[in-house]
Every structure is written in C-alpha cells, then in structure tokens.
Design a protein around this ligand. Structure first.
Ligand SMILES: [Zn+2]
Length: 109
C-alpha cells in the first residue's frame, strides 16, 4: 500500500464549513486530513478540520501517485529531462525533511 511522507498534499477539497478550497495532507500515520486556514470577514479563522480513515486515505494516496505518474510521463515527452527531481516515494526514514511538519498551515502560505 502507498506510504507517502507526512505532509504530502494528496488532494484538494472544499472546506466542509466555509466551502473554500483546502489542501488535504497526510499525517504521520498516513491518514489524510485538513485544517481550514481561511478567515472570515471578521478575521476569525475557520479552523474546521476533517480527517479520513485508513481506507479513504489510501485511496487518496493511490490517486495522487497515479496522477503524479501521468504528469511525469507528460513532462518526459515534452522535455526529455530525467524525472529524478521528484520527491522519492517510500524513502521516509522517520527523519523529517519537511520543515513544515509541525505547522499544518504552512503549506497554505
Ligand atoms: Zn473553512
């Protein structure tokens, strides 16, 4: 089963509360979640969050990998560049290379 690194953005969806677009990321257990970063007209942060279970999270990871692969194939046809610049899959050693690991909102900056 896919096991992408924590913090990987695997999908985009709409916030279940304010309806604005939010990015769905993986937590360290490989489960998908978001914390809505949007603020309303009173500058109150939405902070709505949603988490998905293992089955849905795995499905999102597979969809993400599939779409990334098709994107790489397109790039390869266009440029003939080696595809080794992409973030490797399945090399998570437990050492974080993601400075945003503890800040779920930094991906929205
Ligand atoms: Zn929201």
């Amino acid at each position: 089963m896919p096991n992408l690194s924590p913090g990987t953005i695997v999908a985009e969806t709409k916030c279940g509360d304010c309806g604005k677009p939010v990015k769905v990321k993986l937590n360290k257990n490989g489960n998908a979640y978001y914390n809505c970063p949007h603020v309303d007209e009173n500058l109150e942060r939405c902070n709505h969050s949603q988490r998905w279970g293992k089955a849905s999270s795995q499905k999102m990871q597979r969809n993400f990998i599939a779409s990334r692969k098709s994107q790489e194939n397109i790039d390869e046809v266009k440029s003939h560049e080696p595809a080794d610049a992409a973030e490797p899959i399945g090399t998570d050693t437990g050492v974080s290379k993601h400075p945003d690991r503890d800040d779920p909102f930094s991906a929205f900056a």
